[in-house]
Design a protein around this ligand. Structure first.
Ligand code: UDP
Length: 416
């Protein structure tokens, strides 16, 4: 069977894989340990699921461990997550005590691995406090932050910062998300995996079948937004944009989002969206299960234009996913959408339903421009936002940290 690296070479080209091999050369046999809090669910686990086998194929002794805890631990880390993203939510001393104790237990359980690794990547706040128990460590520890800490609730950030300060360096997704720290800070944006169910090529027949099953016709242009039902994603603004377009051209709208039953606000937003959509048969509000990756893939591929009209956004992986599928994206002018959607190149950034509707009409009227933008979009993701780029940056960082200026790597082009 084809190795993973070979499968990626089929997408990104052999040169990219050659470069990964060259970068990994000095790291052969080195132990790199990643620690987060879950093996499944969420973007971090999704990426680690691929990064670890890729590193291993490159000759690195990569391992992945998770920290575990009880209900109170997860309640605390959930609160921490929300407060770091701006919620003014104090965490009780007893919950913080659980956080600290759970980190001690996990440290004791993982001690040999944590101290035996050459480099340790700790992801997000859950396992962050383990570092305070290994003052005698000789290895390098990096804190990899996947969340937006641009406007944290200060008391919670101050608490966590005491741990983060002990790391050799930190890694952030976007400069806007970071807080100043007295340590080297690196920017490594997220990426998508082109081989995952969400992003792999799908047979045309399957795309058609999914659309048919959702009642979406392929004879009328399809606009789609895939998002949790969240006000920051502005689903109401999306419906307004669609209505403005519909005055001039027939069009359908798909609003696809996850089941909202465990999120009271999500359910409320979903109900508002359904009310606002009314009985318009051209608006398809789809509630999808969390593992509907192929369905989302098919919806994105079966659409003519993808919308991500967020009012506030993190990186916006749905945008990356759509661009990768060669779709022009009309996105809100915010967060990571600004990095990905470039006017007239990969789509358009907008702030109002009127602006969105103008851009939608323009793109619907000019299929050849849609095609060119779609091509640019795919190439842009190929060069910037695939997992191989993220791996290259992790490897470069590790080489730099471990060898300093001793190791000089000159990437060579191989004749083929
Ligand atoms: N997603 C999903 N099901 C849904 C809605 C979203 O699987 O019903 C996925 C989507 O494809 C993307 C991720 O969840 O991979 C959302 O990431 P993004 O950065 O766009 O937004 P967030 O939800 O993190 O604010």
């Amino acid at each position: 069977m084809e190795s993973l690296l070979e499968q990626y070479a089929g997408i990104v080209g052999h040169e990219v894989i050659d470069h990964l091999r060259q970068l990994a050369g000095p790291l052969k046999g080195m132990k790199i340990l990643h620690v987060n809090s879950t093996k499944e669910g969420g973007g971090v686990a999704e990426i680690l699921n691929r990064l670890i086998p890729l590193k291993r194929e490159l000759g690195i002794d990569a391992e992945w461990e998770i920290v575990t805890g009880d209900k109170d631990f997860y309640q605390c880390t959930k609160k921490m997550h929300n407060s770091l993203q701006g919620n003014r939510d104090d965490i009780s001393p007893s919950l913080l005590e659980t956080y600290e104790k759970t980190n001690v237990h996990n440290y004791e359980r993982l001690r040999d691995k944590l101290l035996g690794a050459d480099v340790v990547f700790i992801h997000d706040p859950q396992p962050a406090a383990m570092i305070s128990h290994c003052s005698d460590r000789r290895n390098r520890w990096l804190w990899r932050c996947h969340i937006d800490v641009s406007r944290p609730y200060r008391p919670v950030w101050k608490y966590l910062r005491e741990y983060i300060r002990q790391y050799d360096a930190s890694i952030w997704s976007l400069s806007d998300f970071a807080q100043p720290l007295d340590q080297p800070m690196y920017l490594i944006p997220p990426s998508i995996d082109p081989l995952s169910e969400k992003n792999m090529a799908l047979p045309e027949k399957e795309i058609k079948e999914y659309l048919r099953s959702f009642g979406v016709s392929r004879d009328i242009p399809v606009l789609t937004q895939v998002s949790r039902f969240d006000r920051f994603k502005d689903p109401i603004g999306v419906i307004e944009s669609y209505r403005l377009v519909k005055k001039y051209v027939p069009v359908q709208l798909v609003l696809a989002g996850g089941g909202a039953s465990d999120d009271p606000e999500g359910e409320q937003v979903l109900n508002e969206v359904k009310d606002f959509a009314g009985d318009d048969p051209m608006i398809h509000v789809l509630e999808l299960p969390p593992d509907a990756h192929r369905a989302i893939n098919a919806l994105q591929r079966g659409s003519d234009i993808i919308l991500q009209k967020s009012l506030k956004e993190g990186f916006g992986l749905t945008v990356t996913e759509a661009l990768w599928k060669g779709k022009p994206v009309i996105g809100g002018d915010t967060g990571g959408i600004r990095l990905q959607v470039i006017d007239h190149f990969s789509g358009f950034r907008v702030t109002t339903p009127e602006g969105a509707s103008m851009r939608i009409r323009y793109l619907l009227k000019h299929p050849e421009i849609r095609k060119t933008i779609g091509k640019n979009a795919r190439q842009f993701v190929l060069e910037n936002y695939l997992i191989t780029r993220q791996l290259r940056e992790y490897l470069t960082l590790v080489v730099g940290m471990v060898f300093g200026s001793e190791e000089k790597i000159e990437l060579r082009m191989h004749e083929r």
